[in-house]
Write a protein that binds this ligand. Structure first.
Ligand SMILES: [Zn+2]
Length: 73
């Protein structure tokens, strides 16, 4: 079991109404998405909170994995 929460997809809505699927990793990296309407969408990770959440959550999953392994999963 290898979980990487940074691959979790979230959707970002452009002002034109189109939805874009991005990963949390893209948000943490503050990537720029280009919509087919011509608008560039700057992904925002305010205060680096997404990046921190990814790191925390991955750590939690890894800890969980170690616990499960200890019980023979
Ligand atoms: Zn658009």
């Amino acid at each position: 079991m290898m979980v990487d929460i940074s691959k979790q997809k979230v959707s970002v809505k452009c002002g034109c109404g189109r939805n874009h699927q991005v990963t949390l990793k893209d948000v943490a990296a503050r990537k720029v998405m280009r919509c087919s309407c011509g608008v560039n969408i700057q992904l925002e990770d305010r205060n680096g909170s997404v990046k921190r959440s990814i790191a925390d959550t991955n750590k939690s999953f890894n800890d969980l994995e170690k616990v499960l392994r200890r019980f023979g999963w």
